[in-house]
Design a protein around this ligand. Structure first.
Ligand code: SF4
Length: 355
């Protein structure tokens, strides 16, 4: 067994699965070393035409980065696995070897400027101020309760903010699925709009959008902060603590990609009692929806989320809380069978804030 597939690598501790893709599909090709071998073969011209199985091994990976963190922890080698997997997808996509589902998302974005192909606009109030809230497609169109909560927090605290009149998809799904060229127009538009806004700080409730701005956008000279960092910075705010035991789920893009582990916990501790799950922080189990997996392999995405919900129950939590619209959407869908409530940190903070 390769060590990048297990959490808590220590002889006296429990060995728990860490790579959702390998664990679900059960073949070597779905674990990180298998994918590395596929990439090597691709670069050395050994793959004339990819089989459906090969494409599945490449694209049924949430690019969660757990394998990278584990490899770094055990061997001190930083292979940059998710970046390599994205580069492999780029290489494949540039030859036209891409899943139809992902190609369709690119077409929807081209047509509607959002990843879900929605034609209506999420209406948000906007005032002046040097804080800009970048909402993102998932909080606009699939879990608007997160965007609503963030906007209500601004209002309740008397914080002036802007939202973009014409917010376009950040391009995350395109970068993650290797369709880099298709994202260029989105980046240029959003950069232009943000410059026009004269905002000094951009607040994100979506770690996927924030990672994309950090990693794939040019430096705009603005500060990029996650909602939990923003809330923590406000210091003492008047909140009434809820009588609730909540497990905190680290979103992969927030934790392993952006290194934000403590802020969500510190904010959450102000409003509920926090229970830790066995796999947390760098060793967190992915919710299963990232990297284009939710759209193309929903059964796998929901299985991964169900595993996480079971872990939250084992930890003695009544509810599961994350800090990412993408995590919430997938966990909530899986939670319908598991009978557990799922929230975003900002929803609970908003609930506890005196209006
Ligand atoms: S990025 Fe995540 S899903 Fe993909 S191989 Fe690594 S651990 Fe497995």
């Amino acid at each position: 067994m390769q060590l990048c597939s297990i959490a808590s690598f220590h002889p006296q501790e429990e060995w728990l699965p860490l790579c959702p893709s390998g664990q679900f599909y059960g073949y070597q090709a779905f674990y990180a070393p298998g994918k590395m071998e596929i990439f090597r073969a691709l670069l050395e011209g050994e793959i004339a035409e990819p089989s459906d199985g090969l494409l599945k091994a490449v694209y049924a990976c949430t690019v969660c980065g757990a394998c990278y963190e584990k490899c770094k922890q055990i061997t001190s080698v930083e292979l940059g696995a998710p970046d390599l997997f994205e580069a492999m997808r780029h290489e494949l996509a540039s030859k036209g070897w891409i899943l139809d589902t992902h190609k369709n998302i690119a077409e929807k974005i081209k047509e509607t400027r959002n990843a879900y192909g929605e034609k209506y606009e999420y209406k948000a109030r906007s005032s002046d101020g040097d804080i800009l809230y970048y909402i993102g497609c998932t909080a606009r169109y699939r879990v608007p309760e997160i965007a609503d909560a963030m906007l209500e927090i601004f209002d309740k605290l008397g914080i002036k903010y802007q939202v973009m009149d014409e917010e376009w998809c950040c391009g995350s799904v395109l970068f993650r699925t290797g369709q880099v060229e298709a994202a260029k127009e989105l980046v240029a538009h959003n950069v232009e709009e943000i410059k026009k806004s004269r905002a000094k700080t951009v607040v994100f409730t979506c770690p996927g959008c924030m990672k994309t701005f950090e990693k794939n956008y040019p430096d705009m000279g603005v500060e990029l902060v996650h909602s939990t960092q923003f809330l923590l910075r406000l210091g003492d705010i008047n909140v009434k603590k809820l009588d609730m035991e909540a497990a905190y789920h680290d979103p992969c893009h927030l934790g392993r990609d952006l290194g934000i582990y403590e802020e969500p916990r510190l904010v959450l501790k102000e409003v509920v009692s926090v229970k830790e799950m066995k796999r947390e922080r760098e060793q967190a189990w992915c919710c299963g929806s990232g990297g284009g997996v939710k759209s193309a392999f929903d059964d796998f995405a929901l299985w991964s989320a169900t595993e996480r919900l079971k872990e939250a129950k084992e930890a003695g939590a009544e509810v599961l809380v994350s800090a990412c619209p993408f995590c919430k959407r997938n966990l909530k869908e899986a939670a319908e069978k598991e009978r557990m409530e799922v929230y975003d940190v900002v929803e609970l903070v908003n609930r506890c804030l005196e209006g």
